[in-house]
Structure formats: structure tokens, C-alpha cells
Design a protein around this ligand. Sequence first.
Ligand code: GLN
Length: 189
Amino acid sequence: MKIGILALQGDFREHISVLHRLGIETAEVRLPEDLTGLSGLIIPGGESTTIGKLAVMYNLLEPLREIADGIPIWGPCAGMIFMAKEIDQEQPLLGIMDITVERNAFGRQVDSFKTYLDIPVLNKFNPKPYPAVFIRAPKLAAVRGNGKVIAELKDGTAVAAQQGKWLVTAFHPELTEDDRFHRYFLSLI
Ligand code: GLN
């Protein structure tokens, strides 16, 4: 099994480190031909406007949409914005998931925070609270169709969702030692 990490911009190296710790083979994706033979794809956090522009420049949007139907895809933070069908401004999107996302919903870089969440889908690995790191994070304003919310803040704000084999998280599991989210993603393959 080989997992692709979209490596146009953002913290793709941190995801590669986690997957290597779990003994998983990875491939950095920058061009359409890098998508061959993948069992799953991670679209990392970073700056979604930059990721979108580079994806257009490297002719990746259509090839990504073509493989999206067949494989699990996970977008943390900027990846969640990029995967959404609807966001609060104009920018290039992969636009596959039936979600509405509000960018920078918790304020600026200085308003970044870490909190502990109860995420039921992770409890099969270990039921302890999950450390979630939010950096200029987006939030889920709506989850439609057969998508479902899988994590919320205490005030009810939706911060992670799943639609079939597609996952989005407003937070960054690759920045903590807790690898349960990566293992959950791998379990969808
Ligand atoms: N604020 C960024 C954006 O709008 C996302 C931040 C992140 O990925 N940590 O794309």
C-alpha cells in the first residue's frame, strides 16, 4: 500500500514522518503522473489559496477529481478547504465534498490553540481524549448529503467530517505524537 501526499505547499513532510513511523510507504505528489498506484491521498495543511493555484498550474485538478472516487482522501485544515464544494470566497478548489467551510474562522495565527476532543471513531484504538491543534483553522459551517460530522468543539462547532472514504479535519494530527487519526485514515483503505 502506498499513500500519496500532495506536496505542493504546506506541512506534507510531517505527514510523511508519521506514515513512515507506522511503516507505510509514501509518495510525494506534484504532477499528475505521481497519482499512479496510490491507495490513499493526504492533502496537507498550509495555505489553501497557494495549494489551489499550484494545483491549477500543474494541471492536477482534473486528475485529482478522477482518482477521488476510488480512494480515501484526507484533508486537514487547508486540505479541508480545498476539498470543499463551497467556501466563503473565490479560489481554486478540488470541490468534491458536500461541505461548506468558513476559512480562518477562529481568527489569526496568534489565535491558534490546542484543545482535547472526544472523537468517537478513534475510540477503537484508545478512548482517551484527542489532542487537536488548530492553526488559523477553518470550521465546517455545513455538512450535507451523506456526509457526517465526526468531531465537534464543546460549543458544538463542527471540526471534522467524513463522507464515505473522504475525511476532513480543521485541526492538524500530524503535529502531535498521537497517530490515531492517521491510523483511522489507513483503516478506510
Ligand atoms: N488559513 C489557512 C487557509 O485558509 C489554513 C491554515 C492551515 O492549514 N493551518 O488556507
